[in-house]
Design a protein around this ligand. Structure first.
Ligand code: ADP
Ligand code: MG
Length: 694
């Protein structure tokens, strides 16, 4: 019944292909389809007809306003609602939406990050309709996915470079496929499915934690009595409240054409995962933004809060977003499909060697794509991929690639799996086991890029993946056109780039040492990762494929450093205020209570000198002094930070000094929490927060 209902509402709130087919004159529908497939520009008159049909459809779905919807450099979507209502010259009111309103918007853009591309007095920015991603109605608003550019045409968003990178990938992949004899291929698209991890906590707990409200994570807190050590939450039975939340979520997703492929409890208590069915990269990006927004909205409706931060709680797993990525031609061939005999599949081997080269040559860019203040707290700990980039292929595929360029063959016998239970048939095992520790793992017919942070836009990861793959495909095509055989090209790439292949345990200390021997990048934090953006080889790459101009890259460099600094600054101020305005006073009350007891005890003639009571009072008092010293140290450091004007220098100062003071302050706070009576501690503790959703 539930499935029937979901099927009934599937896609009902998107202006998708079938709605357009139904509501548009045939010629207009064909013009739109051709624009999408062949990346052509729509004429104004065609846009006028589409706009009118879109408006009528949206009004029938309850919409009163429309909004261009874009992803500025904050990484969070932006919207500004405009009413359909407009007044005619004779004073009547009509509902209107023209092609002009559809294809172009002019939001006052002065307050979006521009990294120096636009001075605040030059407020104008443009939004431009992305006709390849469907418009949708949500909360009575017609949303139109758009790009966002400055008055002078530079991209100020995540979508524009994503679409440019998709064009670059398509051109290079088509060129390679044609060289391999597929003369009919016109287009190749990246497909993306992003698995989204998140935490669900109660609104009551959330509202009492300024750190969660202002920074999205807990800045202090002693690990809960029970963490994830029992492994009983992962895939565990989902409790009634979370089930109710997931069902409400699924309805909303379904209306917008986003279907759940899987949903389950994740490793940490209160942690869950949602994975949609994959789609074309730009639509998948829009959908992932919607997924994040809807999760937060639905949670609130249920008295819950959805935390998307990469590391909301210390001591248990943080959240990531696995970016599953494949490359599919317009005639339906997945270039990453090995087939039954990968060693004999020369096209597959060529494409795979191209990806290996791309990841090795541009490992720093993949690291950059996952750089954020929050993700630094997650990467490299024993739960998430390390900051060292490598590729997992598994033994079968690794062997197949070597076999593809030689006359020798590794043993490829398929192994049967036997449970030892007579009534269960034996079945053929997958050719590979899973490797959950690899940052970039081949998983059958797609790559899974596991380093992306849970709150990040997947646009960044896919911009990089598409562009570096385009570079490798062109490299291969150049070689083939220069007379080399596919086998020679694969062999040469394996010789030069096999160091990036690692099929072992990425969490191990041995891998760190081995990776360093192999000379692989190990960029520990976001500040250094951002710096690599301006590396000469990277600037040349983006310029060659028209993904970013140098000015756009420099702007992005500035924006990312600014974001790092601002996040760290807000965290430092939040921690300071929690310490100064809550914890210190609460601790004093607790000490006063103990002193009262001590007085009482003394009054009846018992000496407290040398007693455990005296020891506790001393411990708490010493901690209070230490705490205030650290708060003062933090103030001084923040004052110093304000005197630094260069963004890189300032980000380094936060990373090397302020984060260290914050970490030490946290340890003292946690010590205080451990010593203080529960009734005095001013915030909900991990033990409450992680187990209150029941
Ligand atoms: P796994 O269990 O190996 O992680 P799943 O089948 O559960 O794989 O898929 C995980 C995510 O990958 C889902 O969002 C799914 O839609 C997506 N996905 C599956 N196949 C592809 C593909 N060919 N290209 C891109 N994404 C894919
Ligand atoms: Mg997966």
């Amino acid at each position: 019944m539930e499935n029937e209902t979901l099927a009934g509402i599937y896609g009902s709130m998107i202006f998708n292909d079938s709605v357009m087919r139904e509501r548009l004159p045939k010629a207009i529908y064909n013009a739109w389809q051709s624009a999408v497939l062949n990346h052509e520009t729509l004429s104004r008159s065609t846009a006028d007809v589409i706009a009118n049909a879109m408006k009528d459809w949206a009004i029938s779905k309850g919409a009163t306003h429309y909004s261009h919807w874009f992803i500025p450099m904050t990484g969070k979507t932006a919207e500004k609602h405009d009413s359909f209502l407009s007044q005619t010259s004779d004073g009547r009111v009509i509902m209107e939406f023209s092609g002009k309103n559809l294809v172009k918007g002019e939001p006052d853009a002065s307050s979006f990050p521009s990294g120096g591309l636009r001075a605040t007095f030059e407020a104008r920015g443009y939004t431009a309709w992305d006709c390849t991603s469907p418009a949708f109605v949500r909360n009575k608003i017609l949303y139109i996915p758009t790009l966002f550019c400055s008055y002078t045409g530079e991209s100020l968003d995540k979508k524009t470079p994503l679409l440019r990178s998709m064009d670059a990938l398509s051109a290079s992949a088509v060129r390679l496929m044609r060289l391999m004899g597929h003369s009919d291929v016109k287009n190749v698209n990246p497909f993306v499915g992003s698995e989204q991890e998140y935490f669900i906590i109660t609104k009551e707990d959330y509202d009492k934690r300024p750190d969660l409200i202002f920074t999205g994570r807990t800045l202090i807190g002693v690990p809960a009595v029970k963490g994830q050590e029992m492994d009983d939450h992962y895939f565990g039975s989902i409790n009634a409240r979370v089930t109710d939340f997931m069902q409400a979520l699924n309805r909303k997703f379904c209306e917008l054409g986003i279907s759940a492929k899987t949903e389950h409890n994740e490793a940490a208590p209160a942690q869950h995962e949602f994975a949609p069915i994959f789609s074309i990269a730009n639509i998948a990006t829009d959908q992932n933004h919607l997924v994040m927004e809807i999760m937060q909205q639905v949670a609130l409706e249920k008295g819950l809060v959805c935390l998307l931060h990469e590391k909301p709680f210390d001591g248990i797993n943080g959240s990531g977003k696995h970016n599953n990525w494949s490359i599919v031609s317009d005639n339906g061939v997945n270039l990453l499909e090995p087939g039954r005999e990968p060693a004999e599949n020369i096209e597959f081997a060529l494409v795979m060697s191209g990806i290996i080269r791309a990841v090795d040559k541009y490992a720093d860019l993949l690291r950059f794509a996952t750089a954020s203040y929050g993700n630094d707290l997650r990467l490299g700990s024993h739960e998430a991929p390390p900051a060292i980039i490598s590729v997992y292929l598994g033994e079968t595929i690794t062997n197949a690639l070597y076999d593809a360029c030689s006359s020798e063959r590794h043993n490829r016998a398929r192994v049967k799996f036997d449970t030892g239970v007579a009534s269960i048939p034996r079945f053929t095992k997958d050719s590979e086991d899973r490797n959950r520790t690899s940052p970039f793992a081949f998983t059958g017919n797609k790559f899974e890029f596991r380093m992306v942070g849970s709150s990040q836009s997947v646009a960044d990861a896919n911009i990089i993946l598409n562009t570096i793959a385009a570079d490798s495909f062109d490299y291969i095509s150049d070689k083939l056109e220069g007379g080399r055989t596919p086998q020679e090209v694969i062999s040469e790439i394996l010789t030069n780039h096999s160091r990036i292949i690692f099929n072992g345990n990425n969490y191990s200390e041995e891998w760190r040492e081995e990776a360093s021997r192999r000379g692989l990048h190990n960029i520990a934090d976001s500040v250094d990762a951002v710096a690599s953006l301006l590396d000469e080889k990277n600037m040349l790459l983006f310029e060659k494929f028209n993904v970013f101009s140098n000015a756009e890259l420099e702007a992005r460099y500035e924006i990312m450093l600014e974001a790092y600094i601002k996040t760290a600054n807000v965290e430092a101020k939040c921690l300071y205020s929690m310490v100064k305005n809550s914890i210190y006073g609460a601790l004093m009350k607790n000490i006063a209570e103990y002193c009262n007891t001590a007085n009482g005890v003394s009054n009846v003639g018992i000496s407290i000198i040398g007693s455990r009571l005296e020891e506790r009072i001393n411990t708490m008092y010493n901690l209070s002094e230490e705490l205030i010293d650290l708060a003062d140290e933090l103030t001084v450091a923040l004052d110093v930070s304000r005197t630094i004007s260069d963004s890189f220098e300032k980000a380094c100062y936060f990373r090397d000094n302020i984060l260290n003071i914050m970490e030490r302050t946290r340890r003292v706070c946690d010590d205080i929490e451990g010593n203080m009576d529960d009734e005095f501690y001013p915030f909900p503790k991990y033990t409450d927060i992680l187990f209150d959703v029941r």
